[in-house]
Design a protein around this ligand. Structure first.
Ligand code: 0O2
Length: 246
């Protein structure tokens, strides 16, 4: 490689780094938002609808492959315009209804712009794939400008995630040409996962009802303390009397 080519490589590397960084920052912003929702819910409702989150940046190699597969031109502008999952974030929820709760909470945030919603739960893919997909535009405040960056968000239950991870592995193992019998079994497994999600949803409602009819003593004990993150605070005794005087 001659010195001119090395110079060009240096410039290209810097451009790609800048380009990828803004997607990484958009993921950081989203992860903070989700962590806040999670902690707030946990503190106020003693329960979090979010089990865990996972984020990833698409590798330059996968981005290139996707552009070629779609017959698109190879440039950073083309990536930005056509590849919407460079920044990908997956939220795994405990229950089906939590998926829509989390999605609504995020869609209500005024700094986020919803570009697209694909509901593969109401309309599962023919293979049985289920998840709620959102394309969101996130403002990223850089040193000299604000960039609106696209993030693909997938929200699913633990059962949906379990199925999708296995299906993904099987597809890779068979290099996409999966035997018909396996495809049918995968579809059956997706139906089972779906039935499990509905059963868990019903159980969760029952547990909520039991919690509401908790004995007064243990309820009072619970109401006398506040848990914020990993700190627990006891409310001062006599606080209710002091407050009710005002
Ligand atoms: P990876 O490695 O997870 O990133 P697109 O291909 O994104 O331009 P499309 O089809 O409109 O176009 O996207 P869609 O339907 O929103 O789905 C994109 C992502 O959803 C996939 O990303 C997967 O992560 C997931 N997904 C969609 N369908 C399936 C499925 O049938 N099985 C599994 N396991 N995952 C699915 P990538 O880029 O394919 O992969």
């Amino acid at each position: 490689m001659n010195s001119q080519q090395i110079g060009q490589l240096k410039i290209m590397r810097e451009e790609i780094t800048r380009f990828m960084m803004k997607y990484k920052f958009a993921l950081d912003e989203m992860e903070t938002k989700i962590e806040i929702l999670k902690e707030e819910f946990q503190a106020l409702h003693d329960y979090s609808p979010i089990e865990h989150t996972k984020s990833r940046l698409k590798s330059p190699e996968s981005i290139l492959k996707k552009l070629s597969r779609k017959g698109l031109s190879i440039s950073l502008e083309s990536c930005e315009e056509h590849i919407k999952d460079i920044a990908g974030l997956r939220i795994t929820c405990s229950f089906l209804s939590d998926i829509y709760k989390v999605s609504e909470m995020l869609q209500r945030q005024s700094d986020l712009k919803v570009l697209e919603v694909k509901d593969y739960i109401k309309n599962p893919k023919p293979n049985g794939y289920q998840s709620l997909h959102l394309l969101l535009e996130v403002p990223v405040f850089l040193s000299d400008r604000v960039e609106n960056v696209c993030v693909e968000l997938q929200i699913r239950t633990i059962a949906m995630d379990f199925w999708a991870s296995l299906e993904h592995k099987i597809f890779y193992k068979y290099n996409q040409s999966v035997p018909e019998r396996l495809l049918q079994e995968l579809k059956l497994a997706a139906d089972t996962a779906n039935a499990l999600d509905h059963q868990m949803e019903r159980l969760q409602h029952e547990v909520q009802l039991i919690k509401q009819s908790q004995p007064e003593d243990s309820l009072l004990e619970e109401l006398r303390s506040i848990q914020i993150s990993n700190q627990q605070f006891k409310l001062p005794s006599g606080l209710l009397e002091v407050l009710s005087k005002d």
